[in-house]
Design a protein around this ligand. Structure first.
Ligand code: UDP
Ligand code: MG
Length: 306
């Protein structure tokens, strides 16, 4: 009988492992609850797996789920939720950017009767200006377009009750935008604030290009509004074209034949071409989504459970 399952994704985290376990073990032991730590090795290319196996010799509470290759953090958390035996689960990063001290507060809130306890970053002062602006724009756009509200400055670090885990297991989609899925699930939710420390070892696995694709995935998974934009744009451009046509007609009737305007023609052509290509791209994004989902490939593949 396990009370708390801690879910930790590891991708090339060889340098972080020692620090992580020495920080989290005393905290979990102090809780006085039975616990397990699900370590998901997400296809690391360094000696992360060997080090985890070494840790398991010291801490029998460890369960190592070794992926056949790198599937991404969202897939790793999905696997953690699938394999967890606990009455609640806490996904946490292995680089100590999610402070383990919060676990005690989360568990306290859980015992008060909350199904989900979010850890909310009180500020993003340690992030670069560009990252703060793009994050803010993402949340604004997402919340404008999607039916479910995505809480700002909240990551995957949170506590999930068994009820939430069971609900999440029924979501069949391959595209795992976890934050969105958590928000979609709903449940009785509260949050606690914390200041996110900087990554102490190794490097972040996120490039701006990856963040951009992540944002596009997030929005297209939870809103079909972008598909409809071309309808409104089309109506607007048609109306403009119609009005201009009328204007040219009456001007020609009143003042005679107009001198052909190459500039306005080419501008209109280019504008329409651009709008059409963009709309095609948006449609392509969704068709790609349908294509990927329809293959029904597994979200992750486990090589072995240790
Ligand atoms: N991670 C993973 N698979 C990946 C990328 C990252 O399992 O493909 C893990 C990584 O080991 C870490 C967590 O996800 O435990 C967060 O990664 P990172 O620190 O790079 O992201 P950030 O903190 O910058 O959001
Ligand atoms: Mg990190």
């Amino acid at each position: 009988m396990v009370e708390v399952s801690v879910i930790v994704p590891f991708y090339n985290e060889s340098e972080s492992i020692d620090g992580f376990f020495s920080a989290i073990m005393p905290i979990l032991k102090r809780l006085g609850l039975s616990f397990e730590i699900l370590c998901i090795n997400d296809g690391s290319k360094d000696d992360t797996l060997e080090r985890l196996i070494g840790k398991k010799k010291r801490f029998p509470q460890l369960k190592i789920i070794n992926f056949s290759r790198n599937f991404g953090k969202d897939a790793a958390i999905t696997a953690g939720i699938d394999f967890a035996d606990g009455n609640c689960a806490i996904p946490i990063d292995s680089d100590l950017q999610d402070p383990p001290d919060l676990i005690a507060d989360m568990v306290a809130k859980w015992r008060e009767g909350f199904d989900m306890v979010l850890a909310r970053r009180s500020d993003r002062s340690e992030d670069s200006c560009l990252k703060r602006i793009t994050a803010c724009m993402f949340y604004k756009t997402y919340n404008m377009l999607s039916d479910t509200e995505l809480p700002e400055n909240v990551g995957d670090f949170r506590l999930l009750d068994r009820k939430v885990m069971d609900a999440l297991k029924t979501f069949p989609e391959r595209k795992r935008f976890m934050k969105g899925l958590f928000a979609f699930a709903g449940f009785k939710t509260t949050s606690i604030e914390y200041k996110r420390p900087e990554r102490n070892m190794g490097t972040s696995k996120w490039s701006y290009w990856k963040l951009w694709s992540y944002a596009v995935d997030g929005i297209t998974s939870f809103s079909i509004f972008p598909l409809k934009i071309s309808i409104y744009l089309g109506i607007f451009v048609t109306f403009l074209a119609f009005a201009r046509g009328l204007w040219i007609f009456f001007r020609t009737v009143l003042y005679g034949v107009d001198i052909p305007g190459y500039a306005s023609t080419t501008v209109a052509l280019l504008l329409l071409g651009g709008v059409q290509l963009m709309s095609l791209g948006v449609i392509g994004e969704y068709i790609g989504g349908i294509y990927n989902e329809s293959k029904k490939r597994p979200i992750y593949i486990v090589r072995d459970v240790i």
